[in-house]
Design a protein around this ligand. Structure first.
Ligand code: IDP
Ligand code: MG
Length: 138
């Protein structure tokens, strides 16, 4: 069983989409092994997205991510990292395949409703960025 880090971003929490998204996650065979609702600080968002520091969208992205509450999740299933990326769909909802969560819910390339780790090394950074070992219960 593999674990990945996921988020329901502020744009989706604000539009009351949490229940619909969690239902879909469970229906697709993921187990929610950790869950928390927070509003991250700008500094926390900057640390989380440090890999994107040089990108032109970094300041807007970290402002948006700290603008309201988000849901933090650790998801577990076989091949969780790839399967969660597949369920989310492409970063830009215009490119997201039918049936993906971003196709259904995302507003635009920035406010794209969901986050997911993109590789094992990323999950290994992102999970402990927000969760302690005792909060993750398989
Ligand atoms: P990902 O979330 O699909 O892994 P990344 O390239 O890692 O996509 O980008 C992180 C986040 O930054 C995206 O989910 C989105 O919110 C935002 N983002 C990515 N590219 C752009 C862009 O070109 N303009 C504005 N925001 C962007
Ligand atoms: Mg990414």
């Amino acid at each position: 069983m593999e674990k990945t880090f996921g988020m329901i971003k502020p744009d989706a929490v604000e539009r009351n989409l949490v229940g619909k998204i969690l239902a879909r996650i469970e229906a697709e065979g993921f187990k929610l092994v950790a869950l928390r609702r927070i509003q991250m600080s700008k500094a926390q968002a900057e640390g989380f997205y440090a890999v994107h520091r040089q990108r032109p969208f970094f300041n807007d992205l970290t402002t948006y991510m700290s603008s309201g509450p988000a849901l933090l999740m650790v998801l577990e299933r076989e091949n969780a990292i790839l399967e969660w990326r597949n369920l989310m769909g492409a970063t830009n909802p215009k490119d997201a395949a039918p049936g993906t969560l971003r196709k259904e819910f995302a507003i635009d390339i920035e406010k794209n409703s969901l986050h997911g780790s993109d590789a094992p090394e990323t999950a290994a950074f992102e999970i402990p960025y927000f969760f302690s070992q005792t909060e993750i219960i398989s």
